[in-house]
Unconditional design. Structure first.
Length: 315
């Protein structure tokens, strides 16, 4: 497949520096590489908070590329914080993600299923602080992502959505921003999606449904029929996602796209890890493998260019 397949493609999930985690490239170098490859745009993501301001400045500096930002509702921004959502949406956030590294589901999953050695490596790769405040963190906790060993759930003790989630969804419903589901559990994802649609949120994007909290094909089809989109991230087919239920056969992605639908899929690399290949090279590899798996140029254009433009409200 020639490089012209990269023309206009958006990476809807990519990490860059500055970050508390080591990254492959900074915002400007990443944007320049993407522009040189003919890509249409990038959606920058940082687990520690906002990329909105960074994206604005990067787009001003680097020509021929669109650069967007968002905010992740982990502990560093106060967790499920409607005040932060209000500010960043008004500043131009294109996506607001539910908790990721601070999600209670993720923290509990890793404690139960990931070896201590692999957890330590994962946390080091995601910027765990060597300074742990004794009154709010326990030895070995992934501070600043956890608080005394606990993460953030969207449920209260009765299994109902906490009020802050409703407040956040109200803000999103009045905007054109995307709601990203982050690293919530499957029941939490269902509850948030249902509430978001009840509140009138226009754009809902399930974050990498193949890994962290994998959704079955049947679950994805159910949500797709309700107008939900799926962000399928290439890193899930690499060893770098092993600690979050990734390192999957690429056939899993091919099957899910074919069975759930081209139209509900957008592409992201979730690359940017310092030891991984460059995100732009990663996107080239991703498109190449999709093409080899039988996806046509028009299908790749739909997933990589047209649907992202709709979700980003730039079509």
């Amino acid at each position: 497949m020639s490089r012209h397949f990269m023309n206009g493609v958006f990476d809807m999930h990519v990490h860059s520096h500055p970050d508390v985690a080591p990254r492959k490239a900074d915002d400007i170098d990443l944007a320049r590489a993407a522009a040189e490859a003919g890509m249409g745009g990038l959606l920058l993501k940082a687990h520690h908070g906002s990329t909105v301001e960074r994206a604005y400045l990067t787009e001003k500096i680097v020509p021929n590329i669109r650069v967007f930002g968002g905010v992740v509702l982990n502990y560093p921004v106060g967790g499920l914080n409607p005040h932060a959502v209000d500010i960043y949406v008004r500043l131009g956030a294109k996506e607001v993600w539910m908790p990721t590294l601070s999600a209670e589901y993720m923290i509990a999953y890793q404690k139960a299923h990931v070896s201590a050695e692999d957890r330590l490596a994962f946390h080091k790769a995601h910027g765990v602080s060597p300074i742990i405040p004794k009154d709010i963190a326990q030895p070995g906790d992934p501070w600043p992502w956890s608080r005394n060993g606990h993460g953030i759930s969207v449920f209260d003790e009765r299994g109902k959505l906490v009020q802050e989630v409703w407040n956040i969804l109200e803000i999103l419903a009045a905007s054109d921003a995307i709601l990203g589901t982050g690293h919530l559990s499957v029941p939490e994802t269902y509850a948030v999606v249902e509430a978001a649609q009840q509140m009138g949120v226009k754009r809902i994007l399930v974050t990498h449904p193949e890994y962290m909290a994998p959704l079955s094909v049947e679950e994805q089809i159910f949500l797709a029929r309700r107008g939900v989109f799926f962000e399928r991230c290439f890193v899930g087919a690499t060893k770098f996602s092993k600690a979050v239920q990734g390192d999957l056969p690429f056939d899993v992605f091919v099957r899910n796209i074919r069975e759930v639908g081209i139209e509900s899929t957008v592409l992201g690399t979730d690359f940017g890890q310092a030891k991984n290949e460059h995100p732009v090279i990663g996107m080239e590899d991703y498109l190449q493998r999709l093409h080899q798996a039988g996806f046509s140029e028009s299908e790749i254009e739909c997933m990589g260019t047209k649907t992202p433009a709709v979700l980003l409200n730039i079509s």
